[in-house]
Design a binder for this molecule. Structure first.
Ligand SMILES: Cc1cc2nc3c(=O)[nH]c(=O)nc-3n(C[C@H](O)[C@H](O)[C@H](O)COP(=O)(O)O)c2cc1C
Length: 205
């Protein structure tokens, strides 16, 4: 049988493991926490979901940042209903995270924008909004950007469409699969006073 990890019977070690996985997810492209599923509710009250990249995690504020195009449907959904649930699963580590939170479209996005390469900035240069019907198969970019990155000057236009979604974490649900018995835990964030506090408890898996 596989040796049990340090966090198996400890809520505090589990919390530390979650924060460490989120930091690794931001830094390492190969981490299974680099991508997550962002769930929204559409304008007809129906669920929708899509994969996005984990761009930032703040342990101090307990927030997560993701990047997207302001013209995309997810932004429309979140303006209408700003609650979300983020889902991560690492098939090697057998860990699932469900992070429920409240989203905010960040006002200051320039700092995040400046950190992107021109190649990444290209994503925000499609002439028509993402999701719009096209008569032809298309990348959406002006032809020249299909093979080359935009110059810094050309990339500037993308800032208009670039958006940072900040997720204020309300709760994190942990699930660890193990043959000895699974472990499930809930971490609730209390934001009532200026000092954040975390209430943690075990759940039956
Ligand atoms: C591996 C992967 C990573 C992705 N990362 C992002 C991302 O960080 N931001 C984003 O807006 N879309 C990302 N996408 C595309 C979205 O999944 C989605 O197709 C697109 O944003 C349109 O979603 P919407 O119409 O629901 O707004 C990614 C897709 C994949 C497969």
């Amino acid at each position: 049988m596989k040796e049990l990890p340090k966090f198996y019977n400890s809520l505090e070690e589990t919390r530390k493991e979650i924060f460490s996985l989120l930091f690794q997810g931001v830094k390492k492209r190969k981490s299974n926490f680099h991508n997550l599923v962002l769930n929204t509710v559409d304008l007809h009250n129906k669920p929708d979901a899509r994969t996005v990249v984990l761009r930032s995690f703040s342990q101090k504020d307990l927030t997560i940042g993701i990047h997207t195009d302001s013209r995309s449907e997810k932004v429309e959904h979140l303006k209408n209903n700003n609650f979300t649930c983020l889902v991560f699963y690492d098939d090697q580590k057998k860990i699932q995270l469900r992070i429920r939170g409240t989203t905010n479209i960040e006002k200051s996005k320039k700092e995040s924008w400046d950190k992107l390469t021109n190649w990444s900035k290209r994503c925000y240069l499609t002439s028509n909004p993402p999701g719009q019907v096209s008569n032809n198969p298309t990348s959406g970019f002006p032809k020249k950007f299909e093979s080359e990155a935009p110059s810094s000057e050309e990339a500037k236009k993308g800032l208009e469409n670039f958006t940072v979604i900040r997720i204020f974490i309300d709760e994190i649900e942990w699930l660890f699969l193990a043959s000895q018995g699974h472990r499930r835990a809930l971490f609730k964030i209390n934001r009532d006073n200026s000092n954040l506090s975390i209430e943690s408890k075990w759940l039956v898996p």
